[in-house]
Every structure is written in structure tokens, then in C-alpha cells.
Design a protein around this ligand. Structure first.
Ligand SMILES: [Fe+2]
Ligand SMILES: [Fe+2]
Length: 178
């Protein structure tokens, strides 16, 4: 009986974790789709050619992230359905107000980078957790799909740091505040 109970508990845990996994997937699916809509505006507002290129490359990757989420829904045998991500909505809104409150040029670029890095960190946290959940519940195929996205988010975050420290922050610091 002892073994039987143990099996039942682990089944319950894995189904609860499965539910958390599905909720998390719906959250990031919504977030990725919202980002795919928000990134073109950020690219349009950026002045540095390197920053524009980084955002445009990440827009293409973000579209891939949306379809990778859809692949995982398929693995789960579920229809892809997003759930509004309040956090991402807030981060995107913050990014928009930064763009409105800064003058075009290095200042706005520095602001765009700061907003974009907050977004990347949210995604890194979300995908890191989803990957761990997938490992725990034995969704092996989902693990590698999530890892591919996670690596692109991390790479983008490092690239944004490089852009910020190499040129943009330095130039922004030299501009007088109004
Ligand atoms: Fe993403
Ligand atoms: Fe991202």
C-alpha cells in the first residue's frame, strides 16, 4: 500500500505541475505575441543602426518563439491559447512611456535598451521555469524546444548589454539633461 500511495502522490504532484506548466505556457505565449507587435515600434524609435538591427533580428526570433510555443501546445494535445500576461503588458507600457519621454537619439536608445532588457529578463525567468517544469514532468521534447528559445533570450540580453556599454550609455551621459 505504501508504494501505491507514493505513486498516487507523485501523480498528483506531476499533474499539478503540469497545470502550472500549461498556465506558464499560456502566459508566455500571450507575452511573445504582444512583443511581436511591440518590437517594430521600438525599432522605429531607435537611432543606432546596431540597436535597430538587434531589435529586428530579435523580432524574427520572437516570431519563432510564438511558433515554438504552438509546437509545445501540440505536444500537450492542447489548442494554443494565450492568457493575458499583466507583467509583459506593464513592461511594454513602460517601454512606450520611455520612448515618449525621451528625445530621439542616444537618450532614447539607452531607454529602449533598458526597457528591452527588462523584457528579456522576464522571458529568461519564464522559460527557465518552464524548462525545469518540463524536465520534472518528463516532457523531454518540450525541454529542448524551450531551451532553444531560452538561449536566444540570453543571447539578446548580452547583446543589448554590449550595445549599452560600448556606445550608447557613454554618449547619453555626455548629453545635458533638459
Ligand atoms: Fe521571446
Ligand atoms: Fe525576447
Amino acid at each position: 500500500m505504501k508504494n501505491g500511495n507514493k505513486t498516487k502522490i507523485s501523480e498528483e504532484l506531476s499533474s499539478q505541475l503540469g497545470k502550472l506548466f500549461e498556465d506558464g505556457l499560456r502566459d508566455i505565449y500571450w507575452a511573445e505575441k504582444a512583443l511581436a507587435k511591440a518590437l517594430p515600434k521600438m525599432a522605429k524609435n531607435a537611432s543606432s543602426a546596431d540597436l535597430v538591427e538587434a531589435i529586428e533580428t530579435h523580432l524574427e526570433e520572437t516570431e519563432q518563439h510564438v511558433s515554438r510555443c504552438e509546437q509545445i501546445f501540440k505536444l500537450l494535445g492542447k489548442e494554443p491559447r494565450g492568457k493575458k500576461c499583466e507583467a509583459m503588458e506593464g513592461l511594454i507600457a513602460e517601454g512606450e512611456s520611455i520612448m515618449e519621454d525621451t528625445q530621439e537619439g542616444v537618450m532614447r536608445d539607452a531607454g529602449i535598451i533598458s526597457a528591452a532588457q527588462k523584457v528579456e529578463h522576464y522571458e529568461i525567468a519564464a522559460y527557465g521555469t518552464l524548462r525545469t517544469f518540463a524536465e520534472t514532468i518528463g516532457l523531454t521534447e518540450a525541454v529542448s524546444i524551450l531551451e532553444a528559445t531560452l538561449n536566444e533570450e540570453k543571447k539578446t540580453d548580452s547583446l543589448l548589454t554590449e550595445l549599452a556599454v560600448s556606445t550608447i550609455n557613454e554618449e547619453a551621459a555626455q548629453e545635458p539633461a533638459e
